[in-house]
Design a protein around this ligand. Structure first.
Ligand code: PBG
Length: 321
């Protein structure tokens, strides 16, 4: 007798019935870039379909995403000027702070998350302050905490530190609590690899390091056990949600972190993953929409509870159809 798994694949309805993993618009967190100006919606060349918004147009974009059922967005800011310490990152009238309060004004229920890091705001492009030619961990913590507090004050629901300094979750938690933002959560980029897949984002956010690279603070792509250590540390320090980044080349890490984590696990389907699909799609080499959906369901199947993805809007269009 032949054992026949194909019986469960015979019709679309049977396949629907036995499907193990599902994808929903509720899984998505849409990344958005905000810059100064008015009425701006400027295409990002390295990420077709993504834009630099000004505060007024980003509110419209957030409304559209909310209308599609996407519950959450995460902001990245392009400041008007950069300096050695990234001081525009904690300015109360900073670009992200403005965008958060404008969106929260219009859409109080939408989950607004902010990326907390210095690299977009420093003239050297590193995620921390430089001392003796090196990225200095402990003096960076205070600046990150200060930035997080201004995001909370503007109305953010979660702050998402992406800098990979040691001890930053604890430092941010403490600062938020002292300022009475006990209810504001931390989505920690707990497991963040030193990845070339961030290339298109660094173009978009103008945040490439001006010397050296990020291997002194972001993780070595060869390491998995270390990922578990990072995840555990961030949970101990008080992270409410932990993230693995990038997603597609690190599905094994998402699975292992999911198995160990007692908090929700997010995965970041990063700019390079997006750009590769877009580029091959534009060439006619792949069916872009099918590849997109397969990629997203694979990230879910690996164990992600939520996905940060530039595909959010496009995929929502398909899921809602
Ligand atoms: C900032 C930050 C980066 C990304 C998110 N936050 C870039 C980096 O670490 O160099 C990458 C996101 C993407 O590639 O989509 N530290």
């Amino acid at each position: 007798m032949i054992i026949r798994p194909r019986r469960l694949r015979r019709t679309p309805a049977i396949r629907d019935m036995v499907r193990e993993t599902s994808l929903s618009v509720k899984d998505f967190i849409a990344p958005l870039f905000v810059k100064h100006g008015q009425g701006e919606k400027e295409p990002i060349s390295t990420m077709p379909g993504q834009y630099h918004f000004s505060v007024d147009t980003i509110v419209k974009e957030a409304e559209e995403l909310w209308g599609l059922g996407i519950p959450s967005i995460i902001f990245f800011g392009l400041p008007d000027k950069k300096d050695a310490t990234g001081s525009r990152s904690w300015a109360e009238d900073g670009i992200v702070q403005q965008a958060v309060s404008a969106v929260k004004d219009r859409l109080p229920e939408m989950v607004v998350i902010t990326d907390v890091c210095l690299c977009e705001y420093t003239d050297h492009g590193h995620c921390g302050v430089i001392k003796d030619g090196k990225v200095d961990n402990d003096s960076t913590l205070e600046l990150l905490a200060r930035q997080a507090v201004t995001h909370a004050k503007a109305g953010a629901d979660f702050v998402a530190p992406s800098d990979m300094m040691d001890g930053r979750v604890a430092a941010i938690r403490k600062a938020l609590d002292v300022e009475n933002y006990q209810d504001i959560g931390i989505l920690s980029y707990a497991v963040k690899y030193a990845s070339a897949f961030y290339g298109p984002f660094r173009e978009a956010a103008d945040s490439a390091p001006q010397f050296g690279d990020r291997s002194g603070y972001q993780m070595d792509p060869a390491n998995a056990i270390e990922a578990l250590k990072e995840a555990e540390l961030d949970m101990e320090e008080g992270a409410d949600i932990i993230m693995v980044k990038p997603a597609m080349p690190y599905l094994d890490i998402i699975r292992r972190v999911r198995e160990l984590s007692l908090v929700p696990v997010a995965a970041y389907n990063v700019s390079g993953e997006y750009a590769m699909v877009k580029a091959a799609g534009m060439k006619g080499w792949i069916d872009e929409k099918k590849v997109m959906m397969e990629m997203l369901i694979s990230i879910k199947r690996a164990g992600a509870d939520m996905i940060l993805t530039y595909f959010a809007k496009e995929a929502a269009g398909i899921l809602n159809y």
